[in-house]
Design a protein around this ligand. Structure first.
Ligand code: IMP
Ligand code: MG
Length: 183
């Protein structure tokens, strides 16, 4: 769907489909340069990272393996606690290989902080993070993604994999959700 299909639900469109694709192409060019000649494994975090993974991986010009993890964080209500449970683990053995975690947004950073150290304990050559969005004001953990699409204000956004109650993931653009939807 397009932003025009859910115009009443959005306060504004932050990034259009074209802007997202252009930014991913820039990030892919950096990644291609940094990982040239290396054994690269992209690890997508289900389910939000599906769109970023699909488009970022196809913008890369080198061989890579794509793998997926599903995690759920224990916590009260919508608050992330940093205690994470693995629902689906990697199929790939990442020992000695270069791991790039692909995610759509870093909010508190609790999930990715846990995931980075979990993957780091499996003997990879390196573990880095590529995220399309980051909310610097919400960050609670000192994680430094190597590749960031954009920093955004601390507001709830949907689209391009990002959901509100499992909706809006199939929106092509990224927009700020109207508070009237969740109040
Ligand atoms: P955190 O960085 O551990 O707090 O959690 C990040 C996860 O929270 C993301 O992978 C999203 O699933 C979800 N999330 C955080 N902010 C938003 C948002 O603005 N819209 C939709 N999902 C979000
Ligand atoms: Mg997610």
């Amino acid at each position: 769907m397009h932003a025009s299909d859910v115009a009443d639900d959005l306060v504004e469109v932050l990034f259009t489909e074209a802007q997202i694709q252009a930014r991913l192409a820039e990030m892919a060019a950096e990644i291609d340069r940094d990982y040239e000649g290396k054994d690269l494994v992209l690890v997508g975090v289900l389910r939000g990272a599906v769109m970023v993974m699909a488009d970022l991986s196809r913008a890369l010009t080198q061989h890579l393996e794509m793998d997926w993890m599903a995690v759920s964080s224990y916590g009260s209500g919508t608050k992330s606690s940093g205690v994470v449970r693995i629902l689906k683990d990697l199929d790939a053995d990442i020992a000695g290989r270069h791991v790039l975690i692909v995610d759509e947004i870093i909010d508190t950073g609790l999930t990715l902080s846990w995931l980075t150290s979990n993957l780091g304990s499996r003997g990879p050559a390196s573990v880095e993070i590529a995220t399309l969005l980051r909310k610097p004001e919400a960050l609670q953990m000192p994680i430094t993604p190597k590749y960031v699409g954009w920093d955004i204000p601390n507001e709830f956004v949907v689209g391009y994999g990002l959901d509100y109650r499992e909706r809006y993931r199939n929106l092509r653009d990224i927009g700020t959700l109207s508070p009237k939807i969740y109040s």
